[in-house]
Write a new protein. Structure first.
Ligand code: G4P
Length: 527
């Protein structure tokens, strides 16, 4: 197969949802269709259960599972489909944001009973800002839930998407009869006690055909006709270009656990979802069809075995062909590196690959060279955009609790920050080290991992801050004045960028007003 065909058969996507909406279940059913796994239950949920916030063994176990399920590839209808797993727990949301930089499209799972939930709103917002094409799957139709039209309203109002139903449910819960596929013009009938069989699907070009009654009964048939007529009148017709531009969002209904409506979703996805897309760098746009290899690291995973401190850096290939044992430039540190064991992930199987193509994710064994956002190329100096750190919301001062191990502490903190577990800011005045995170769980993870992987101990001191924001300025005099007055609130991030640690939203607002020539940024991407 040629280079172009390799790219054109790849589809790399992520599933986003609020915990418990059914992401893991859906992933598993998709893998079953692809033949990547044989039995249900093979993909373990990698969510950290809400109750486990201080159960470190559970966190470790989950970390182990999440390496295995970080990327799951399978073949379906001649396509190579890569699913990137996104952590469900809200304290790991930043991980999810970063993973979303490595996908070309997303599937949003919504629980029919709960409707659109907060975490889905945040994640969809990130995708929307990047114009990532999204398909919505409304799950758990075997249960009672919200009315279909109300859900479409939520999708439009809360998620800011433009809903385009491509399937429509016939009843729900006890009365759930199946779905009508608007996309394929067929009736897919639900059998609550079995797998979806071929014979449960009836071609149905015209829903006004009186045959409909024979399949679903009189009442449901009348209701379905009325609703489909309304959809025809109110909702936009499917337009692939609009979907690919992020302006139209197909909506499917089904029940992942019953493997119902999943094939329709997958078939449509396979047909319409984008192939690897171009990626922006600070310097220029990288086209996947360019012959020279480029890629970036979006995730780093520490080895589970503390005796071997190597890590896996997950690299998204953006252009060209990546080859095993070939010298590439690590742009940030200017070093040439080659990788004898690049790994791909087909379901839970890890395999060493000779070559990988745009859209693929390879795992690179790393002894501490990489940090998130790093670029690898054949020599060109580029920096991929859109892999920012977000302004943290929780802060603590970190102290060394074992004076004999200060080197280990410094190394451990530095490597954990490279992995993106949290962010560290060092105050310009006094050198105090402050850790900022998006969620509280990371503080415990850091403490635990420092001790078990680096032999270092830390303690925390609470710190009440509103936000950390990155500063840029053109007017040096204005910054100098700010620096003199606010010197206790200024710190550097680990790349040396200047950060303002705002105590309150009021203080932040006042500073923004008093220093109009200083820009306050809420992500580390300072453009
Ligand atoms: P997540 O990854 O998004 O967090 O969700 P997950 O797939 O783990 O699903 C959350 C719960 O919802 C699970 O139940 C799962 O079985 C259930 N579920 C998923 N899809 C459907 C569906 O279509 N219909 C119904 N009725 N339930 C569904 P659980 O009791 O939390 O876990 P488990 O013991 O079943 O694994």
């Amino acid at each position: 197969m040629g280079f172009t065909e390799e790219i054109q058969r790849r589809k790399t996507f992520g599933i986003v949802s609020h915990p418990d909406a059914g992401k893991t279940t859906l992933t598993e059913k998709l893998l079953l269709f692809g033949g990547a796994i044989q039995v249900a239950g093979a993909v373990k949920s990698n969510k950290i259960k809400k109750s486990a916030t201080s159960d470190f063994m559970e966190i470790e176990r989950q970390r182990g599972i999440s390496v295995a399920t970080s990327v799951m590839g399978f073949n379906y209808r001649d396509k190579q489909i890569n699913i990137l797993d996104t952590p469900g727990h809200k304290d790991f949301q930043e991980d999810t944001y970063r993973t979303l930089t490595a996908v070309d499209s997303a599937i949003v799972v919504i629980d029919v009973a709960k409707g659109v939930e907060t975490q889905t709103e945040k994640l969809v917002e990130v995708c929307r800002m990047r114009k990532t094409p999204m398909i919505v799957f409304i799950n758990k139709l075997d249960r009672e839930g919200k009315d279909g039209f109300d859900l479409l309203d939520e999708v439009e109002q809360k998620l800011g998407l433009s809903a385009c139903p491509l399937s429509w449910p016939i009843g729900m819960g006890q009365r759930f009869k199946g779905v009508y596929s608007i996309y394929e013009k067929k009736l897919v009938l639900f059998n609550p006690h079995g797998k979806q069989q071929e014979e449960d699907v009836v071609e149905f070009n015209d829903y006004n055909d009186p045959e409909l009654e024979n399949h679903v009964g009189e009442g449901p048939a009348a209701e379905l006709r009325e609703e489909l007529t309304m959809i025809d009148e109110v909702y936009p017709k499917f337009d692939k270009e609009a979907y690919l531009n992020g302006d139209l969002n197909p909506v499917f209904f089904g029940s992942a656990i019953n493997n119902f409506g999943v094939r329709e979703l997958l078939d449509c996805f396979t047909e319409i979802a984008p192939n690897p897309l171009p990626r922006e760098t600070e310097e220029r746009v990288i086209d996947p069809y360019e012959k020279k290899f480029t890629g970036f690291v979006f995730k780093i995973h520490a080895n589970m075995d503390p005796k071997h401190r190597d890590r896996i850096a997950f690299l998204r290939i953006c252009s060209g062909e990546f080859k095993r044992n070939t010298n590439y430039l690590h742009v940030r540190n200017g070093k040439k590196m080659k990788f004898p064991n690049p790994t791909t992930f087909m379901a839970s199987k890890k395999e060493i690959v000779e070559a990988a193509y745009p859209g693929d994710i390879v795992g690179l064994y790393d002894s501490g060279n990489f940090k998130i956002g790093d670029s690898l190329t054949e020599g060109e100096k580029i920096q991929f955009k859109g892999i920012p750190s977000f302004s943290p919301e929780q802060f603590r001062i970190v102290h060394n609790a074992d004076p004999m191990k200060s080197k280990q502490l410094a190394k451990g903190l530095s490597q954990l920050m490279d992995e993106g577990v949290a962010q560290m800011f060092t105050k310009e005045f006094g050198g105090t080290r402050i850790i900022g995170t998006v969620g509280a769980l990371q503080f415990e993870v850091i403490q635990y991992r420092l001790e078990h992987e680096y032999g270092a101990k830390c303690s925390y001191e609470p710190l009440h801050l509103h936000k950390a924001c990155w500063l840029t300025w053109e007017d040096e005099a204005q910054y100098k004045d700010f620096q003199t007055r606010r010197k206790r609130d200024i710190a550097k991030d680990k790349d040396g960028n200047i950060v303002f640690l705002a105590e309150s939203s009021w203080q932040l607002k006042t500073m923004q007003e008093n220093y109009p020539k200083i820009q306050f940024h809420f992500t580390s991407e300072l453009t």
